[in-house]
Design a protein. Structure first.
Length: 335
């Protein structure tokens, strides 16, 4: 189908309604928007991108800003997130760009440059913090954004998150059910909301079980897990299980375990979170948890488009369940 007019005639809708539905405006009913999008897909209609950009004053670009420490820009979790988010945006004629920003006082400069230079129509914020200046800035200026993760920020904003608190609570109780009584939590920095929630879930489970809550915090990397596990394992009564904030930390912990002549899954249970590809191929395979990242990426894209169209962020908050994936590193307590 070659024109917007023909598509509108086929659907029995006005050209304005069809145009606004295709552009993601929030004043079009969800059922109508879905009907228009389905018809456009079926007929092969593609909007004239140049005309649409001129009409709306938009770039047709959504940007993900990834706070990345040097040497930590290729995290598998974000690679998969980029793929699924980009594919969903492309279906609506949008491009996804990725920008790395070094965490710290200069990070907001990246946001200001993007917005003041009119280089993007919406921003996807990842790795949210409990006190997050990025969310405050974007809310104060009224710029469309969606976050992967929650924050202590009180004003409403669009986000998708996994229920990490419930997941770590349940994982800790799973370990106590296997007979473990000394369980250590290798925690990521508590300034990050995901780390705080996972730590809280673990601590709550330990209180319910009447067991000590042993926590060591380090960076959410292989090196951080290696260091934290090393400290845990040198205690007079070392833990028989380690619940790690991320798979990367768990893989680092596995090395610390091997260096002490122990075998994960036999002498000590280890659980991670993220289900990165390396988890299934570690030795032994790593038990882990997963927020389905492809589905999360698609929802982030859909929410970003809806925010560009003016949708109310109060209607766009999702906390999804986390799936537990048992593998060989999950072992019963010995003795």
């Amino acid at each position: 189908m070659s024109s917007l007019r023909e598509l509108a005639r086929m659907l029995g809708l006005s050209i304005t309604t069809v145009s606004r539905a295709l552009d993601g405006y929030g004043d079009v009913a969800v059922a109508t928007r879905e009907r228009v999008l389905a018809a456009a897909e079926t007929t092969g209609y593609r909007p004239n991108s140049a005309a649409r950009r001129l009409r709306r004053g938009l770039t047709e670009i959504v940007t993900m800003v990834l706070p990345a420490e040097p040497g930590h820009f290729n995290e598998p979790l974000y690679i998969e997130l980029l793929r699924s988010t980009g594919e969903r945006l492309a279906q609506q004629g949008y491009d996804l760009t990725l920008i790395a920003a070094l965490p710290g006082p200069d990070e907001l400069k990246t946001y200001r440059r993007l917005i003041e230079g009119r280089r993007t129509d919406a921003i996807i914020v990842v790795r949210t913090r409990r006190e997050d200046a990025r969310l405050r800035y974007l809310t104060d200026i009224g710029f469309p954004f969606v976050a992967m993760g929650r924050s202590d920020f009180a004003e409403p904003y669009a986000y998708v998150d996994g229920d990490g608190e419930a997941a770590f609570h349940d994982a800790a109780l799973r370990l106590t059910g296997l007979g473990h009584r000394r369980i250590g939590h290798l925690a990521a920095p508590s300034a990050f909301t995901f780390a705080h929630l996972r730590r809280s879930g673990f601590a709550r489970a330990m209180r319910e079980a009447g067991l000590p809550s042993e926590i060591i915090e380090d960076s959410a990397t292989e090196a951080g897990g290696y260091r934290a596990a090393g400290v845990m394992l040198t205690q007079a009564e070392p833990p028989s299980a380690l619940l790690c904030a991320t798979d990367s930390m768990a893989l680092g912990a596995m090395r610390a375990v091997r260096e002490r002549g122990l075998v994960a899954g036999r002498d000590i249970a280890i659980i991670g979170h993220d289900n990165i590809p390396a988890a299934a191929f570690s030795d032994p395979a790593l038990a882990t948890m997963e927020l389905p990242i492809a589905a999360t990426g698609r929802r982030l894209a859909e929410m970003a488009l809806a925010r560009i169209g003016g949708a109310d962020p109060r209607d766009m908050t999702e906390i999804n369940p986390v799936e537990f994936i048992p593998r060989a590193s999950l072992g019963e307590a010995r003795g």
